[in-house]
Design a protein around this ligand. Structure first.
Ligand code: F6R
Length: 356
């Protein structure tokens, strides 16, 4: 029940810190992060992981690729389920398929699962719904523990997916003896606290929505590396609930065409959480500002500069997506409210898409 909340989406965004904490607990064994031994064996037996998903889950899959490649050193491909099923790429010798789905009912993803099972490949479903179709039909399941997500726009399930993907990649990496020089449990707890701090400063996000999106017809979200993945999700959130045309872009790619769309006052949200590309993305911001863009820079503590609009608490560089997505969710929410949109039930959308 949404209780005193105006919308499920607001309630679900507020639950994000507790969801991350719940995941730490659910995946803890004798004080260490752990996943089921069978699943660990399946991950470490694979020569390549294929993450299959749609929408917001596809966006978390893109971050998951970075997690598995960096922590476990397993190559990963991420595919949109509706594309993969009808145009299968050349597969590796020992693939493991990972289906990411909040609902566990997405038909586009299910048709891929059916095909890869027919081909005899192992499959793991990461879902919020125990007993869902994708969970029942896969060999293994990892649960998101996010609690029911009612709002059509996915928020807490995205953050939960990132956390569970991080746990799986970390545990797999440790089991392989990879050098991982941080304690993920501790870093996830720090991320949960950082999310709380952002949620406690909602008025700031409301003001940003007012300042940047009040009269906007379109908006851009830019970032590099992990920030690019989050930019895609930020744009999707804004489109689906406020109906403002939005695009997420890799900062360096703008100049290859899309920059033609920048006009006087075009809102551009730029994420700066990745130190190795911080200067590059700031360069991209200068390029759009020079063409009249109204840039809103959201930077991590330690990377901030004078004039940035929002500074996010410092977290481990791999975990910044869990944190940086939250202001984007909130900004979208307030933009939708200003436009009197039906936040929890946007037009033309259903919570789970059970048709192909
Ligand atoms: C966006 C959204 C959708 C879903 C997509 C996949 O906010 O909710 O893009 O992410 O339909 O749904 P699941 O994760 O249930 O497979």
């Amino acid at each position: 029940e949404k209780g005193t909340y105006a919308h499920y989406m607001l309630k679900e965004m507020d639950e994000q810190p507790s969801v991350v904490r719940k995941i730490i607990q659910a995946y803890e064994l004798d004080g260490e992060l752990a996943i089921d031994e069978e699943i660990l064996t399946a991950i470490n037996a694979a020569d390549r992981l294929y993450i299959i998903a749609a929408g917001t889950s596809y966006h978390s899959g893109l971050v998951g690729k970075a997690y598995f490649e960096k922590m476990a050193q397993i190559p990963v491909e991420v595919h949109i389920s509706s594309e993969f099923g009808y145009n299968m790429p050349l597969l590796s010798e020992k693939p493991l398929f990972i289906f990411l789905s909040q609902s566990g009912e997405t038909a586009d993803s299910r048709q891929v699962l059916v095909k890869v099972k027919e081909m005899g490949y192992p499959a793991l479903t990461i879902t919020n719904v125990q007993g869902s179709t994708l969970s029942r039909e896969a060999d293994y399941t990892l649960l998101l523990h996010a609690g029911p997500e009612i709002a059509v726009a996915s928020t807490k399930a995205y953050v939960a997916q990132l956390a569970v993907l991080a746990v799986a990649a970390y545990v797999a990496g440790k089991a392989r003896g990879n050098a991982i020089d941080f304690d993920l449990k501790q870093e996830l707890a720090i991320a949960a606290t950082a999310i709380s701090a952002i949620i406690d400063s909602k008025e700031e996000m409301e003001q940003i929505a007012e300042d940047y999106l009040k009269i906007a017809r379109n908006a851009f979200f830019i970032g590099r590396n992990l920030d690019f993945c989050v930019s895609l999700e930020g744009a999707l959130k804004l489109k689906e609930i406020s109906y403002i045309q939005a695009e997420g872009f890799a900062g360096g790619e703008l100049k290859h065409g899309t920059i033609a769309l920048i006009e006087e006052g075009t809102p551009v949200f730029a994420l700066v959480t990745q130190e190795q590309v911080a200067l590059n993305i700031r360069g991209n911001v200068k390029e759009v500002v020079a063409r009249g863009a109204n840039a809103c820079i959201i930077a991590s503590e330690g990377l901030e500069e004078e004039g940035d609009r929002l500074v996010l608490p410092h977290v481990h560089p791999l975990l910044t997506p869990l944190v940086s997505v939250v202001p984007l969710q909130l900004i979208s929410y307030y933009a939708a409210l200003h436009r009197r949109c039906d936040v929890d039930k946007p037009r033309n959308l259903a919570k789970s898409v059970t048709v192909e």
